[in-house]
Design a protein around this ligand. Structure first.
Ligand SMILES: Cc1cc2nc3c(=O)[nH]c(=O)nc-3n(C[C@H](O)[C@H](O)[C@H](O)COP(=O)(O)OP(=O)(O)OC[C@H]3O[C@@H](n4cnc5c(N)ncnc54)[C@H](O)[C@@H]3O)c2cc1C
Length: 455
């Protein structure tokens, strides 16, 4: 499997990096059958694989032999091939239909300066066929990375020792580190406390997400009145979805948002908030503005209603109370000295945790929601991950230039209100409702999740 930077045309002169050229001779040409996929695929069977193969061509799978020695590549066998332009391919793409007819008789010949180095009938040489290989590759999102380059430990970090440079993983002992990145993110009140109906917006350290979602869906489907605490994007999106679902099944459900701010989505321009209010009103969602939920009590033994107490001594009652009042840091294992007053990890512009005054910088970074950068959004987490990676590489290679992270002032937000439209802010402008529907409202970016996970 080749990353884009490895690819080039077979007929092209490809420059060899100084790094590699300094270790010549000792590199190997290897003619290979290449298949090109037409789109991303996950967990497909060999039978399904052919639908994803756009065509076939040939390639030269170059290796810089020196770096295949474990001691030269840190034990990463594939490092020798992980070099720019080391996968020249092409220049003709043969359609799968023609390839299927011709495989039995097609041979692959590799010549170096006219001398034949390899001459093989493709079908005879294949241990696994392209369909089987693609199916196998699609099983594991991390397969694109060499297994030597990382280790996946499934467990919960329960403590961190800066002096010992270790983390303790629940039930699995100590793991030592040269560098540590804290990326433990955040959760929400409705995922972890008894002050809200359990809705797993983000159930950290939980493997039973499916059953928790199902339980939440069942509770919602049997309710006739729902109060949502909070006037941010989660509250507005949730209210829109619930109201639309109720309308679809023609069930009267009263939905109320309690917003501490005067307008919902206060981070947006006024026109964005007004658009949200209008869309919510069209779906019969009531908004109680400038009111705070100060206490809630759940139904006793599952019977009766939730009681929701507001800051004007008013009491609301509902079948469900769902808290959507912001993010809670997953910081149980992080030493107190690294946290700000709200529990977020304090980082500098390099996203590094600074040690005590006058001491050397710590080899500890943080990225994503857990940092004290206030814009807790997934694309911001990805930007931060890139900065942290660059700075760790700079540290290791002794470079003095460092990358900085600045979250900026620019709000980039799409807030669907049901599947038909929404509001938001894009480069200072309020997007058209239909644009929000097309960009986010149809699947809430779920289709992008797999590629985000595999980076
Ligand atoms: C309902 C909802 C809707 C959202 N919609 C959007 C949106 O439309 N657009 C957008 O950009 N952002 C959105 N966000 C925000 C986005 O989800 C976050 O910004 C993003 O998930 C942050 O990523 P992260 O990796 O920093 O943290 P997280 O996604 O929180 O991941 C942290 C991971 O660390 C694990 N963890 C925690 N503690 C430990 C521990 N002690 N040991 C080991 N592992 C641990 C957790 O289980 C989790 O897997 C939304 C958030 C919510 C709740």
């Amino acid at each position: 499997m080749s990353r884009p930077s490895y690819l080039c045309r077979l007929s092209q002169h490809y420059p060899i990096s100084r790094f590699c050229a300094s270790h010549l001779p000792g590199w190997e040409n290897q003619g290979e059958l290449v298949f090109v996929t037409s789109r991303e695929c996950r967990d497909i069977t060999p039978e399904e694989a052919s639908e994803y193969i756009l065509g076939y061509t040939i390639g030269n799978d170059l290796s810089c032999r020196f770096f295949q020695l474990p001691e030269q590549s840190g034990g990463r066998f594939f490092y020798a091939m992980d070099l720019d332009k080391f996968a020249p391919i092409g220049s003709v793409l043969v359609s799968p239909t023609i390839f299927a007819k011709e495989t039995a008789s097609t041979s692959l010949v590799t010549r170096i300066n006219g001398e034949v180095k390899q001459n093989t009938v493709i079908e005879k040489d294949m241990i696994f066929f392209p369909d089987e290989i693609l199916s196998w590759m699609s099983q594991n999102a991390f397969r694109q990375y060499s297994s030597q380059s990382f280790k996946f430990v499934k467990g919960k970090v329960t403590s961190l020792s800066v002096e010992e440079k270790t983390v303790l993983v629940d039930g699995q002992g100590l793991f030592s580190f040269d560098y540590l990145v804290i990326a433990s993110g955040s959760t929400t009140e409705s995922s972890i406390t008894s002050g809200s109906t359990p809705i797993p917006f983000k159930a950290s350290n939980s493997d039973d997400m499916r059953s928790r979602i199902k339980a939440a869906q069942e509770l919602i489907s049997t309710s006739s009145s729902i109060v949502i605490g909070g006037g941010g994007p989660i509250a507005v999106e949730l209210a829109g979805e619930l109201a639309e679902a109720a309308m679809e099944v023609e069930k009267p459900v009263s939905i109320t948002i309690v917003s501490a701010t005067e307008r919902v989505l206060p981070m947006l321009k006024i026109s964005g908030s007004e658009a949200a209010m209008k869309l919510l009103k069209n779906k019969n969602v009531v908004v109680r503005s400038s009111r705070k939920v100060i206490k809630t009590t759940p139904p006793v033994k599952g019977l009766g209603s939730w009681e929701i107490f507001l800051d004007n001594e008013e009491k609301l009652e509902a079948d469900l109370y769902i808290s959507a009042t912001g993010a809670i840091p997953n910081n149980n294992f992080v030493p107190q000295e690294f946290l700000d007053e709200k529990g977020w990890v304090k980082v500098d512009q390099e996203l590094r945790i600074r040690g005590k005054e006058g001491q050397a910088p710590l080899p500890i970074f943080a990225a994503g929601d857990i940092t004290n950068n206030s814009m807790r959004l997934s694309f911001k987490a990805q930007e931060q991950a890139a900065v942290v990676a660059a700075n760790i590489i700079a540290d290791i290679s002794g470079r003095t230039t460092r990358r900085s992270y600045d979250q900026g002032q620019c709000i980039l937000m799409m807030v669907p209100v049901g599947s038909t439209g929404g509001t938001g802010q894009v480069f200072g402008l309020t997007p058209w409702s239909v644009m929000v529907r097309l960009i986010k409202g149809r699947d809430y970016f779920i289709s992008k999740a797999a590629s985000a996970v595999t980076a």
